[in-house]
Each structure stands twice: as structure tokens, then as C-alpha cells.
Ligand binder design. Structure first.
Ligand SMILES: [Ca+2]
Ligand SMILES: [Ca+2]
Length: 203
């Protein structure tokens, strides 16, 4: 059985692939445009290099979609810049200029996805090349690098190094190692099972 790959998360935000020892012969690769999902491609002949390249492309494109700071790709459509912004809870409507103006206008913090102005807000780290992550907005510009791409510290002066690519590479290598171990274990089990059946047959 050859190594297989599988998409572990098929949302636009969380495109991340890992190597698995999948019994399925199918490999699925999601392709995206700048406006979202283009289609699902199924191919059983994709090799490792091509798949990793596809992941890189997906994550790079998703990180380039224009949207307010701290907003995930799936929520980008909730922030049309040419319209007034309405808090997600419907409590207020305001000019779009009040989004991320570092003043909390919405009780639900939806107008400040990229600042620490609202309590209980959520900041989205794109982390292209690794796993996207949501962090409490009070960690934005607190001087500590929480996102591996360093985007949470855009104005604190903290010198965050983008190490997402290294983390992604390590994660893929670890996943590949796990898959190889699982594969080897299954092979040993199959061999032992075969020997056991032979022994029963002989007796
Ligand atoms: Ca605001
Ligand atoms: Ca931080």
C-alpha cells in the first residue's frame, strides 16, 4: 500500500494537509480562487511533492484575500468595506471606518477583530504554511508573539519571526513518520495474522 494523503479540514480557513495511512485510494485536493472555493479535485495519482505544493498554494492564496486584520477568510464576506458595518449581534450599525479603529463599538466585539479594544474579542492568525489559529484579542500587541506569522504584534514593537513554514514542515514530517509507523505496524500485524492462520491450518 502506498502512502496516502488526506485533507483533514475542508474549510477555506483551515486548509492543512497531513500524511495519513489511509485505506482509501482517493486523494482530495481543494482548489481555491481569491473569492473562495473553486472545486474539489479527486485524484488517486497525486504524489507527495504535488500535494505539498498544492497545500502551499492554497495557504498562500488564502492569506492574500483582502479582509480586515484579524478576520478569517470564511468571515471576510461579513465585512464588506463599501457598506456600513452591523455588529454580528445586530446591536448597532456604523460606518465601516469604525471597524478596527481601536474603539469597541459592538458588545460582541465584532467591529474590532484586529485590535485589543474589545474584551472577549477573537483575533485570527492566518499562519500561512502552518495551522490557522484564533487567539483572544487581548493578546494583540501585548508584546508576546502568539501567532507563528507574528501578525498579532503589528504595533507593539515586538520582533516576531515568522516561523510558520518551519512549523509546517515539522508537522508534515511528524505526520509522515506516524503514517509510516502505522503502515509498518499494519504490515507486521498482517504477517502475524497470516502465520497464525497457517498454523491453525496445519494443525
Ligand atoms: Ca470600532
Ligand atoms: Ca501577542
Amino acid at each position: 500500500m502506498s502512502d496516502k494523503y488526506d485533507m483533514v479540514d475542508k474549510t477555506i480557513d483551515d486548509v492543512y494537509c497531513r500524511l495519513v495511512d489511509n485505506v482509501s485510494d482517493k486523494v482530495e485536493v481543494l482548489l481555491f480562487s481569491k473569492t473562495g472555493r473553486m472545486g474539489l479535485q479527486r485524484n488517486s495519482n497525486l504524489n507527495k511533492t504535488l500535494l505539498i505544493f498544492s497545500v502551499f498554494v492554497c495557504e498562500t492564496i488564502s492569506s492574500q484575500v483582502p479582509r480586515p486584520r484579524g478576520v478569517s477568510l470564511s468571515r471576510a464576506s461579513l465585512y464588506p468595506p463599501d457598506k456600513d458595518f452591523t455588529c454580528f449581534d445586530g446591536s448597532a450599525t456604523m460606518p465601516f471606518s469604525k471597524v478596527n479603529d481601536d474603539y469597541c463599538d459592538c458588545y460582541d466585539a465584532s467591529d474590532e477583530p484586529g485590535t485589543a479594544a474589545c474584551p472577549h474579542g477573537i483575533f485570527y492568525c492566518t499562519n500561512a504554511g502552518y495551522k490557522p489559529m484564533n487567539i483572544p484579542s487581548n493578546r494583540v500587541n501585548d508584546g508576546i508573539c502568539d501567532c507563528c506569522d507574528g501578525t498579532d504584534e503589528y504595533a507593539s514593537g515586538a520582533e516576531c519571526v515568522n516561523n510558520c513554514a518551519e512549523l509546517g514542515k515539522s508537522a508534515r514530517e511528524a505526520a509522515q513518520l506516524r503514517a509510516e509507523l502505522v503502515k509498518a505496524g499494519r504490515q507486521v500485524r498482517a504477517e502475524m495474522s497470516q502465520k497464525g492462520e497457517s498454523a491453525v491450518f496445519c494443525t
